[in-house]
Design a binder for this molecule. Sequence first.
Ligand code: RI2
Length: 335
Amino acid sequence: METLKDGKEASKQEFPSVSVEQAYDDLKAMRVHGAGRIARFAAQALGDYAKDAKARTSKEYWGLVLRAGERLRSARPTAVSLPNGVNYVLYGGRTSFESGGSVEDIRNATVNTASDFVSSSLDAVKIIGEIGAKRVKNGDVIITHCNSEAAMSIMKKAHDLGKGIKVYCDETRPKFQGHKTAATLAAYGIDTTLICDSACRVTMGSADKAVVGCDAITVNGALVNKIGTSQVATIAHEARVNFLVAAETYKLDFKTLAGELVDIEERDHTEIASKEWMAHNPKVKFNNPVFDVTPPEYIDFYVTEKGIVPPGAVFSLMKELYQYSEGAQATQGRS
Ligand code: RI2
């Protein structure tokens, strides 16, 4: 526990307190990554900003908070957890603003909602582990992709239950987040093997399940996740290996309900070739999309904190949770 300025004690924060601009830079440069982590990081930064922002009127104060939220939301386009997390925090402040709250009322509502979001996000990852681990059998061999806290929560819980699992992590080029997953799972005591991405098909022959994380879920139940996920899913489908997706419900992409497509982030080309190599090969062009789309037919089910959700049930879940979306707030004249 640490002691805050006002003398109250608080649990240690997951991230250091930073300004909105610093948070934007950290998100953009992927110094903080992982869909759940970036949502919590942005929610915390927005809550911290709301705590200290100075304004004479409620309208002025709320305008500052909205602009800070907009800045954070724009840092990364694909992982919908980021705008959803920010929108959730704004939902609290907006309710107070619209009911005529004072600056202090809106401040408290925003700060409290930010902290609610962070704690419910951490709870969701834990619950996903508990639910997902029930679907893991003793001795299962699992293949995973990239670095997902929610997916690892399932594997860690299965390990805690003594299920004796073995995990293959692929490297996940170009940023090699699979190395982080392998290091984390091995340190946790799980039998872990790192493979290169192109060894996925060879390895799938001995796998019982593929378990991956999620950056966004579309209205038709498709998964948007780190580039290469759809290859893992296609290979799992071919080998009749179950494909499970660990996803908190704030990864539902509500704008797909209104017909919009998910914007796939294209990152710097130096992630796939050095500047020196580029200079030696000036005729080569580069593409570096960092997410891809796995169709619902290749997904057995999503493991969410609300339970198991088959891809065909995503539409109903979106409707149930729509009130928290940016679209719902805009429709109600709240943006
Ligand atoms: P959790 C990551 O994106 C990966 O694509 C991972 O599968 C997904 O977020 C979900 O991660 P990035 O931020 O929320 O590394 O489960 O681009 O941790």
